[in-house]
Design a protein around this ligand. Structure first.
Ligand SMILES: NC(=O)C1=CN([C@@H]2O[C@H](COP(=O)(O)OP(=O)(O)OC[C@H]3O[C@@H](n4cnc5c(N)ncnc54)[C@H](OP(=O)(O)O)[C@@H]3O)[C@@H](O)[C@H]2O)C=CC1
Ligand SMILES: CC(=O)N[C@@H](CCC(=O)OP(=O)(O)O)C(=O)O
Length: 356
């Protein structure tokens, strides 16, 4: 099937914009259109994305509606707040493009939760771009894919949210874990924070250290995880969530644990995860005894998941590894876009990563 589409990328100078360009350059149907930036408008893409050799001479236009209209697809790879504003302006212009928001603005269904965690007016809610999201009563994900199949707007999930949701949702949907006592601790690569300079990103401080951030329940991904697990069947999740910066450029290793529903045997637990992911092209439950590593996901749209029962502690332990920029952002976005366009879900998404 051929269905060539043109795509504009707003925020092409950033990490997420660069990564979606890398993937789209290998997509059989994608043609790259306008590329825009903010403070770096007027400079060539090659100054910011030296690895994208074939686009090195393309000039970055200012991020404005005039530059972005007239494409089949528009990708917003912008700080939250900026994408909501631009999406509204595109809609006002009557532009017919499918719009992918890689930022947070359109992910949450609960405007009060948005206001509480982001402290700004809620931009609205778009279909949620996690095709593997289980809905209550489902053993394998179908409903989310059906929603994405007709979507003209897609809210791409947060990277940490993707990892934690994929780790825990089979247990929630199967009713084998208690959703009121979840704990997630994550190791996060620095690219998750974006390119903008932050003092804690100074190489001299970062390279030899691991350090937590957004400790104590303040991270903005908490309401999004709660929302996903509610869709999976647990309307009132309590989760303690702690991310930790570790000295690697990409990758998330999310360890999430939950109290086992008393009397559940370990084989039933494993069966829930096996069933959920048996047919997923990008999510792999590893063979028993093997544990995910971020290195095995780098550059690929892969999520590696493992689950085990800690019988002494009475807890289920899940570990999920993803590349934050691929399955955590740009790859997940292209996967959802493929569904929206009626293309094979795997189009343009290389199965394998890079090593070392
Ligand atoms: N990095 C990651 O792993 C993930 C990122 N995301 C989300 O993707 C989005 C982009 O993140 P990321 O690429 O990491 O960030 P970067 O800081 O690397 O890039 C930000 C991009 O947005 C542009 N920009 C900055 N300020 C503004 C503004 N006020 N108005 C319009 N454009 C602006 C920048 O342009 P210029 O260079 O010209 O300043 C740049 O192109 C964010 O919403 C982020 O939360 C989501 C999941 C994971
Ligand atoms: C290392 C690091 O700082 N990671 C970021 C990931 C941001 C992300 O996923 O993006 P959204 O802002 O679009 O939700 C964080 O944990 O906030």
């Amino acid at each position: 099937m051929h269905m060539t589409f043109t795509v504009a990328v707003a925020g092409a100078s950033g990490y997420a914009g660069g990564e979606i360009l890398r993937i789209l350059l290998g997509h059989p149907e994608a043609k790259i259109g306008a590329l825009t930036a903010h403070s770096n408008a007027g400079t060539p893409l090659g100054s910011h994305q030296p690895h994208l050799r074939s686009l090195a001479d393309r000039m970055l236009a200012p991020t404005a509606v005039d530059e972005l209209t007239g494409h089949d697809v528009v990708v917003l790879a912008l700080p939250h707040g900026a994408s909501g504003e631009l999406a509204a302006a595109l809609a006002d212009r009557g532009d017919h493009a499918i719009v992918l928001d890689l930022g947070a603005d359109h992910r949450l269904t609960d405007a009060a939760a948005w206001q509480e965690y982001y402290g700004s007016p809620h931009a609205g809610t778009w279909p949620y771009g996690l095709p593997e999201l289980l809905h209550a009563g489902e053993k394998t994900a179908a409903q989310q894919r059906a929603e994405l199949a007709s979507a003209r707007r897609i809210a791409v999930p947060g990277c940490n949210v993707t990892a934690v949701t994929l780790g825990l949702q089979p247990g929630v949907a199967a009713g084998v874990i208690e959703p009121t006592d979840l704990v997630a601790v994550l190791a996060n690569g620095y690219s998750g924070a974006g390119k903008s300079l932050k003092t804690h990103l100074l190489a001299s401080e970062a390279l030899g250290s691991a350090q937590p951030y957004a400790v104590g329940g303040s991270h903005r991904h908490i309401p999004e995880i709660r929302q996903n697990l509610a869709v999976a069947g647990a309307p009132d999740v309590t989760i303690s969530f702690t991310p930790t910066l570790v000295p690697m450029p990409r990758g998330i290793l999310a360890t999430a644990t939950a109290r086992l529903v008393p009397g559940t045997d370990p084989a039933t637990v494993r069966a829930a995860w096996q069933e959920a992911y048996a047919d997923e092209p990008f999510v792999q439950l590893l063979p028993e005894g093997e544990w995910p590593s971020t290195a095995a996901t780098l550059g690929a749209n892969t999520a590696l998941v493992q689950v085990a029962v800690d019988e002494r502690a009475g807890r289920v332990v899940t570990v999920t590894a993803i590349d934050n920029l691929v399955k955590g952002t740009a790859g997940g976005a292209v996967q959802s876009l493929n569904l929206a366009l009626g293309l094979p879900e795997t189009a343009g998404l290389a199965q394998d990563g890079v090593a070392p």
